[in-house]
Design a protein around this ligand. Structure first.
Ligand code: R5P
Length: 258
């Protein structure tokens, strides 16, 4: 790995634990103003001190985030779909590498939709993005998206997706937690982080998801709704950090939720 790529990549992970708590706030790119993210500035302000990296679009970055921020960010560069459109999987690259560099992104993110009608298109887009990103030393985060088909999230499917993403050159893969998650991690030659998915019933459920994912080999979380849709969002991100960085049990971490 070249120095620039190494440097950008290492900034995304905590120096001591080597793991990461990334805050995902990119949902608006296809969902519009989702609950609790109507005003991104307000949502993220109290959470930023506890965030290793932000994941977001250029629009929210430019309009809602202070340029003096010293936290690295992962720029979502794929899109072109919407929740009310004909196919959620119909994504392509919508933000250029030049723009990512101009904005000082530490990594770029793209979704791939394996097993859908747009599998080919999104995988070729990943390959092209990796080619460009390599040229400038920018890590690529591939997101194994499932759209509305949440039931797809099993170890067989997610292992396939993560492995393909790594084979096509992703530096890191974001996927969902599932039973037999160890299998997903072990068969993926690059680090894996987990998304939280839709808001779970309780905060403890989300802490358990993070705990199990780390136990099974994840390098961290890239979590959104289960943090900022919680009425205790700041306590929640602190609790997630204690699980991810300090290996604290779910019960102990739960005590941080005042
Ligand atoms: C997908 O919409 C985005 O890539 C999100 O960043 C991702 O799903 C993680 O957010 P959440 O934890 O809310 O699922």
């Amino acid at each position: 790995m070249d120095w620039g790529m190494k440097n950008r990549f290492s900034r995304l992970f905590d120096r001591e634990s080597g793991r990461a708590v990334w805050l995902a706030i990119d949902h608006g790119y296809f969902l519009g103003p989702v609950s609790k993210l109507e005003n991104p500035t307000r949502t993220i302000k109290p959470l930023l001190p506890f965030t290793d990296a932000l994941m977001l679009t250029r629009g929210v970055l430019r309009n809602c985030v202070d340029a003096g921020m010293d936290i690295p960010f992962i720029l979502r560069v794929s899109g072109g779909n919407s929740i009310v459109g004909p196919a959620l999987s119909n994504e392509d690259i919508q933000t250029s590498m030049e723009e990512a560099i101009r904005l000082n992104a530490s990594a770029v993110a793209i979704s791939i939709y394996i097993g859908t009608e747009h599998e080919h298109q999104t995988l070729l887009a990943l390959g092209k993005l990796v080619d460009e990103a390599q040229r400038y030393g920018i890590p690529v985060l591939a997101v194994t998206a499932v759209g509305k088909e949440l039931e797809k999230r099993d170890a067989r499917y997610l292992s396939l997706c993560c492995r393909i993403a790594a084979e096509l050159g992703a530096s890191v893969v974001k996927t969902y937690y599932c039973d037999n998650f160890e299998k997903v991690v072990k068969s993926c030659p690059v680090p894996v982080v987990v998304a939280g998915g839709p808001k779970l019933d309780t905060e403890l459920d989300a802490l358990k998801l993070a705990y199990d994912a780390i136990k099974d080999g994840a390098k961290g979380v890239d979590m959104g709704r289960n943090i900022w849709q919680s009425p205790k969002a700041v306590d929640m991100i602190k609790a997630i950090r204690s699980v991810v960085h300090n290996g604290v049990s779910v019960k102990e971490a739960g005590k941080l939720l005042k």
